[in-house]
Design a protein around this ligand. Structure first.
Ligand code: AOF
Ligand code: ZN
Length: 366
């Protein structure tokens, strides 16, 4: 007999599985962040998330916590249980061996050895499977992993803080544009992204640290894109005490000079140039392939933002607009050479929410 389905309960327990996954975001590379909650007779008997470093996966940990009580239980998993023998045996088999009666899955895993096969394996063993509970949230949580697997590059979130008249800096340094609340949200993003990236101009003007200053947070890899080696070696980003490295990206011709100028404290990466400097599409592909970086927080400045938009590697923009007018200074995006509105970069699904005194505008390039 098929188990009784309670949609309200499904939503509630999937939300709990998502909450588990959120706690390990940014810590499970190269694997996705997955949450698993096991429920019996309406009660949660175990919960787990993918371990830091990606293994063990969420499901076997939850099964181990539940022990013998898994027989006849329902497993809520935010991401399709794996079906392949990778570095760990298939989670689908672990659920089958645990005699789970029903599995509720947030979204499918696009990774080719798994895609749809986890579900098929469960169903073949007689487990009732429901797919797509809180699907959008589950996909969004692993948008980094999904983008890396399907597009072979990281998901790129372009974040900028600007005045009401679209400036990201006044002519001279000093003072914040966005509010403390907005800046705290950015630190939450740094905590969850694999890497944070900035261009040479931003490093020169703002001298950012690009670390995560949240309690309990962890630093992303810091990436500075500096084709011409304009950033000063004493810039703060090169002198952080951090578990994560700073990576300086420059052209192959500049590698020797970079080694001399910045020493051993930074990791160097050579990426072939386009006419304007670094080929940003190549850079992104390389970050995904060589470092398993799934999600990049691109924090400007104006030129790097323009080349990322131009190269069509930006997946979402997040613009913090502050109630302040400059009438001078650096525009948010510079160098696209759009000659008329019909040639502009269009975005879909523009939405706004208030963050303290600022507004956060988010949209996806079409
Ligand atoms: C799950 N549960 O918690 C995670 C999964 O190399 P392996 O054996 O660790 O397998 C890696 C793949 O497993 C990864 O690419 C992704 O498709 C999936 N991740 N699967 O059932 C989990 N993190
Ligand atoms: Zn697995």
């Amino acid at each position: 007999m098929a188990p009784r389905v309670d949609h309200q309960a499904d939503l509630r327990f999937m939300r709990e599985a998502l909450a588990e996954a959120v706690t390990v975001l940014g810590r499970t590379a190269p694997n996705p962040a997955v949450g698993c909650v096991i429920v019996k007779q309406g009660r949660v008997i175990a919960r787990a998330a993918t371990a830091p470093g990606g293994r063990p996966h969420a499901e076997p940990q939850a099964i181990a916590i539940a022990g013998r009580r898994t027989a006849g239980a329902t497993a809520y998993v935010s991401f399709e249980p794996c079906a392949h023998f990778g570095q760990t045996p298939p989670c689908a088999d672990a659920l089958i061996a645990a005699r789970i009666e029903r599995a509720v899955i947030g979204c499918l895993d696009p990774y080719p050895p798994v895609r749809g096969r986890g579900v098929a394996r469960l169903r073949r063993a007689g487990i009732a499977v429901d797919i797509g509970v809180l699907e959008d949230e589950c996909r969004r949580l692993n948008e980094g992993f999904i983008t890396r697997v399907t597009k072979r590059r990281p998901f790129v979130l372009l974040k900028m803080a600007m005045s009401l008249d679209g400036r990201i800096a006044a002519p001279k340094p000093g003072g914040w544009i966005s509010s403390e609340q907005s800046r705290e949200l950015v630190h939450r993003w740094r905590n969850e992204c694999d890497a944070v990236m900035a261009g040479a101009g931003t490093v020169i003007v703002d001298n950012p640290r690009l670390t995560c200053r949240l309690k309990g947070g962890r630093d992303p890899v810091r990436i500075v894109v500096d084709a011409a080696l304009r950033t000063p070696p004493q810039a703060r980003v090169y002198h952080q005490r951090s578990a994560a490295p700073t990576v300086l990206v420059t052209t192959p011709e500049n590698m020797d000079r970079a080694r001399e100028r910045y020493g051993r404290k930074v990791q160097l990466m050579a990426v072939r140039g386009s006419d304007a400097g670094i080929d940003i599409r190549l850079l992104m592909r390389d970050l995904a392939a060589s470092r398993a970086i799934s999600k990049v927080l691109l924090e400007g400045g104006a030129h790097l933002a323009a080349s990322a938009l131009h190269a069509r590697v930006v997946d979402r923009v997040a613009f913090f607009v502050a109630p302040i007018i400059f009438g001078a200074g650096i525009p948010a995006i510079e160098g696209l050479q759009t000659s008329r509105a019909s040639h502009a970069i269009r975005l879909n699904n523009l939405r706004a929410r208030q963050i303290g005194p600022d507004w956060l505008l988010e949209a996806e390039p079409a």
